[in-house]
Design a protein around this ligand. Structure first.
Ligand code: 5AD
Length: 346
């Protein structure tokens, strides 16, 4: 295993079988974490970038079987922030030290280009030193281009699983793996710093599928990669499936750091939901980003993709001092910085 880890670190490429060996093998993860942390420190030092996450709307036209805000969940209490709400949260976030805002939401018909473009322009003109990330699902290439031209810098869209048959087991027939990949390729071509990623331990997942996730990351070379454990939501078809493993999630974070040294990798909220130390453990496995929740307090519990979502502790933007302290305690510093992706120098 040690030599496979070294091979990955040196060549940033493994074949499917080698990936499976590293994903499913029985070995001491600390070895892997140490390598991942060394790579992360070479590129990003001990800086931790923060992103203020603003959850625009939990209306969603999609019906992902794992997600609590899927359109079939009639019990979800729906909300939609107004432009005024959103700008107020940016204002508060800026004062707290955020220099990236992430506008995330379900695929809500309200969020058409003619709504988003003036909003993006307002945010970029009011806070010109901030980066703006969108996470609003699948859209046409024309729409992505228009949002980019309006000033958005980054876009998050996880591929969820790189295996098309597995994708079909996680999503209804009207959602297509090929369309998801089309979106990711369009985003990359347009010039967004693009984030992909996947859940660990989603129903029916195998080590082979996770290996395919890594092969897809190698092919796409996204600037950001979000990896979190699957966590069941009680009002979804996957309510009875077990949550993904924290250990395997951390292993996938570390492997991703070795594959993509420059990647911006968050210690995700789902990680923090499984373990109160999840954020710290993510950083110590090679992550370099955290995304505290900057949504208005009253909607945080409505944007429920899975049960028991953490959003009141270190996840809350208001608790930034706690986050700073907990990162300092493990030897890292939260910085006030846009935290852009760093181009490889070699
Ligand atoms: N458990 C963990 N992650 C989830 N997501 C959606 N539902 C769940 C769940 N039940 C993730 C998806 C999506 C991101 C916004 O949240 O990967 O891309």
């Amino acid at each position: 295993m040690k030599s496979l880890i070294q091979k990955l670190a040196d060549g940033r490429h493994l074949d499917q079988n080698e990936w499976v060996a590293l994903i499913a093998g029985d070995y001491d993860d600390q070895l892997l974490f140490d390598q991942a942390v060394a790579v992360r420190q070479r590129v990003y030092g001990r800086d931790v970038y923060i992103r203020g996450l603003i959850e625009l709307s939990n209306f969603c036209a999609n019906d992902c079987y794992y997600c609590g805000i899927r359109c079939s969940n009639a019990l979800a209490e729906r909300y939609r922030l107004t432009e005024e709400d959103i700008l107020a949260r940016c204002e508060a976030g800026y004062a707290l030290g955020f220099r990236t805002f992430v506008l995330q939401g379900g695929e809500d018909g309200r969020d058409r280009d003619d709504y988003l473009i003036p909003l993006i322009q307002k945010i970029k003109s009011q806070w010109p030193d901030c980066a703006l990330t969108l996470s609003l699902g699948e859209r046409s290439r024309e729409s992505y281009q228009a949002l980019y031209d309006a000033g958005a810098n980054r876009y998050l869209l996880r591929h969820e699983t790189a295996n098309a048959e597995h994708y079909a087991k996680l999503h209804p027939p009207f959602q297509h793996f090929e369309e998801r990949i089309r979106c990711l390729k369009d985003l990359l071509e347009i010039g967004f710093q693009t984030g992909s990623g996947f859940m660990v331990g989603s129903p029916f997942q195998t080590p082979e599928f996770l290996a395919q996730d890594m092969l897809l990351l190698e092919e796409l070379q996204p600037q950001m990669v979000g990896i979190g454990p699957f966590i069941p939501h009680h009002q979804t078809p996957f309510a009875e499936y077990p949550a993904g493993s924290l250990e395997l999630t951390l292993r996938m974070v570390a492997l991703t750091r070795l594959l993509l040294p420059q990647a911006l990798i968050p210690a995700t909220t789902a990680l923090a939901t499984l373990d109160p130390q999840g954020r710290e453990r993510g950083i110590l496995a090679g992550a370099n980003v955290v995304m505290p929740n900057l949504s208005p307090a009253d909607v945080r519990k409505k944007y429920l993709l899975y049960d028991n979502k953490a959003c009141t502790g270190l996840e809350a933007a208001e608790a930034l001092d706690n986050l700073r302290n907990s990162m300092a305690a493990i030897g890292y510093q939260v910085v006030t910085d846009r935290g852009d992706w760093k181009k490889p120098t070699e």
